[in-house]
Design a protein around this ligand. Structure first.
Ligand code: GLC
Length: 678
């Protein structure tokens, strides 16, 4: 066939082009869920545009192939286990609670590097060419999509889809453009950057209180205690166990008095039980997913037989928002939304049938589950975010969502799901967080210590040591075994204490990195190759990584042996924050400061509130010319004043002058309001 392999592409923005299969009328394509707003073409692409997808029809549907040149490294594809570098891997964009098949054939709800699909759905590939220039490929579809990276980029979908290509002089430019198109995180509250303690489940209320007291009596920093599903009455969403949690408002008050915040879990599935008001109301108002004959669909989840809300309906989202707002009236500080791939619990591997109907409305056209499955988590997170905004308009929402879709960072942070207490999973924490960051989601982290199984003392200590430098720092585990910082004896407790001291001292710098993510779309945790995208030797480094632009983190993540790290050019000087010595205690990553950088660190504390109040220290690493510079972002750490300019962005500079280092403020961005007040 000599026909064109695609239609004349449209230029959506500078160096952003959309390609549509030749036999498809673009006006018939479904709306984009990834883009924050519809992007009409503004012109045609320049003649020298090189990255062009070739569309063809096969038995499997529509295939788009994009050839890559030699030394092109591929990343992204969202939440994937295994190495950072994705060349040679096949991923399926299909949100899923993964199951691992054990040697004896039993299915266990975890994952490994062979799992093609995990909880999140990111139809996105980042390609870094040999010369360090880059491009990104966004398959703008919510349907199941195959991403085959064994020979270039091959995308397969049963339904026609457009491909958006972003060109950039560097991977940083492409990732920032992805943020501009699909949205960026909002500034999180300070406390969300603190250490968080979770368990499936802390129960009853007295255990939660005891845990809170224990953190304070042992002087171990902690900001958040998480309440998992046992607080509910028989796992029924929006209910409370009358014996275990008779007064959830009182539980929250108690935590608040000790300086903690609380995050409580909500699952989407509603127990199908007449007389349970949430279910009865859902039935009466038509909120649940039904099949083509209009029969409500039920699956087996935590509470047993349950119905799933149809979040494509604006009325259902409004209902969820209302119910969640009511729930939040008891003083919860954040919400954790789970099982929203959506996942039945039994039988293992079960999914909602593709034929179920989503009724949509308000700009979302009716469609089947095959079409809306991948955005179920995003729509649930959006409705929950709305509830947080309605119930406390003066405070920043915090939502953690297990499932989400490309662009969903607008509504929720995430974690890497049900991992395992193993050294492999400890290592994967790094590439998983990095690839999520390269896919637009900068706010993520693993269950520290592993969700399934019990870590050894050594493994737990290494995970605590590493987690201090990942964006989201939460310990979580399943029913068996205690997993608190003191559960593995004094040596691991001591490592945890030092790891936490390092985290809490670094908060001013970390918060500045979050500000950069919110403002530009750059990840908080970044791959080492960002330091020099043209240096091919850095492309597969996925033990060491960068935090923001100036700090390198070199963790030891091997059970046996010592990891050697690739190093970019330049002087990266090691520094200590809490008297740690990574040379003798390998659980603590080595931290290095880029030459030419200045970073702000605080005095630490038991909570983020304390840590952000303390005095600042500037760490300065002069470059070969005797100069350095760096930035500090500050705001109230809560509320939205920063949007009206209530923040301070300071640029520091240092110069070596006649043997003396002179540090000064080079620039200070202040709001018009506060400068008027001054
Ligand atoms: C799921 C979540 C896990 C949670 C459990 C009980 O497995 O991934 O984090 O603890 O459900 O709610």
């Amino acid at each position: 066939m000599a026909a064109a392999s695609h239609q004349a592409p449209g230029l959506l923005a500078d160096r952003v082009a959309r390609f549509v299969p030749p036999d498809v009328d673009p006006s018939t394509l479904p709306r984009s869920f990834a883009l924050t707003e519809p992007l009409p073409a503004r012109g045609s692409v320049p003649d020298d545009w090189t990255t062009v997808p070739r569309f063809e029809r096969t038995g499997a549907g529509v295939v788009a192939t994009i050839a890559i040149g030699p030394n092109t490294s591929l990343y992204g594809t969202g939440e994937v286990a295994g190495p950072l570098l994705r060349n040679g891997f096949v991923t399926e964009v299909w949100a899923k609670q993964p199951f691992r098949i054990e040697e004896d054939g039993t299915a266990v709800p975890n994952y490994d590097e062979r799992s093609k699909s995990l909880y999140q759905a990111h139809p996105w590939v980042l390609a870094v060419r040999g010369d360090g220039s880059a491009f990104g490929v966004l398959a703008d579809t919510t349907y199941r999509l195959g991403i085959d990276l064994r020979d270039g980029i091959r995308l397969t979908c049963a339904e026609p889809f457009p491909v958006i290509v972003i060109e950039g002089a560097s991977p940083q430019e492409v990732v920032q453009q992805l943020g501009a198109l699909t949205g960026r995180i909002e500034m999180p509250p300070h406390w969300a950057l603190g250490y968080q303690q979770c368990r499936f489940s802390y129960f009853p209320d007295a255990r939660v209180r005891e845990l809170a007291r224990e953190f304070r009596s042992r002087s171990i920093p902690c900001d958040v205690i998480w309440i998992d599903i046992h607080y509910m009455d028989e796992y029924k969403v929006f209910t409370f166990d009358s014996e275990g949690f008779p007064d959830p408002g009182g539980t929250n008050d108690y935590l608040h008095e000790l300086g903690f915040k609380s995050v409580w879990i909500l699952d989407p599935a509603v127990k199908a039980e007449e007389g349970y008001d949430v279910y009865d109301e859902g039935v009466a108002q038509g909120h649940f997913l039904c099949d083509a004959e209009g029969r409500e669909h039920h699956c087996w989840t935590w509470p047993g037989d349950a119905a799933f809300p149809d979040y494509t309906r604006p009325e259902t989202r409004a209902w969820w928002t209302r119910r969640t707002t009511e729930f939040l009236g008891r003083g919860m500080d954040g919400v954790w939304v789970d099982l929203n791939e959506p996942s039945p619990i039994l039988p293992h591997g079960a999914e909602l049938p593709n034929e179920l109907l989503h009724r949509g409305g308000g700009g979302i056209t009716p469609g089947n589950h095959a079409r809306y499955h991948n955005v179920y988590g995003l729509l649930m997170a959006k409705a929950t975010d709305e509830a947080m905004k309605v119930s406390r308009p003066e405070r920043r929402p915090f939502i953690l969502s297990r499932s989400n879709y490309l662009g969903g960072q607008r509504y929720a942070a995430t974690w890497t799901g049900d991992n395992v207490s193993s050294w492999k999973h400890l290592h994967w924490s790094v590439p998983m967080v990095l690839n999520l960051g390269l896919s637009g989601q900068p706010f993520s982290g693993p269950d520290i210590g592993g969700f399934a199984g019990t870590p050894s003392r050594e493994l737990f200590a290494h995970w605590m040591g590493l987690g201090a430098f990942l964006p989201f720092y939460r310990t979580h585990n399943a029913l068996e075994g205690d997993q608190e910082p003191w559960s593995f004896g004094p040596a691991a407790e001591n490592v945890s204490r030092v790891a936490l001291a390092r985290r809490y001292r670094l908060l001013p710098y970390l918060y500045t990195a979050f500000h950069e993510a919110a403002a530009t779309g750059l990840p908080v945790a970044r791959p080492l190759f960002f330091a020099d995208p043209a240096d091919l030797s850095l492309r597969s480094e996925d033990h060491a990584f960068l935090l923001g632009g100036d700090v390198m983190v070199q963790p030891q993540l091997l059970e046996n042996g010592i990891q050697d790290f690739r190093m970019p050019t330049g002087e990266w000087r090691p520094f200590a924050l809490a008297g740690e010595d990574p040379a003798t205690e390998h659980a603590h990553p080595i931290l290095r400061l880029r030459d030419g950088a200045i970073i702000p660190v605080g005095a630490g504390g038991q909570t983020t509130e304390e840590a952000f109040k303390g005095p600042l220290t500037l760490l300065v690493s002069l470059d070969a010319t005797g100069r350095a510079s760096g930035r500090l972002y500050e705001d109230a750490g809560e509320g939205f004043g920063y949007r009206d300019g209530d923040y301070l962005l300071t640029t520091y500079q240092a110069v070596l002058d006649d043997g003396v280092v002179q540090v000064s403020i080079a620039h200070q961005e202040v709001s018009s309001r506060s400068s008027e007040e001054m």
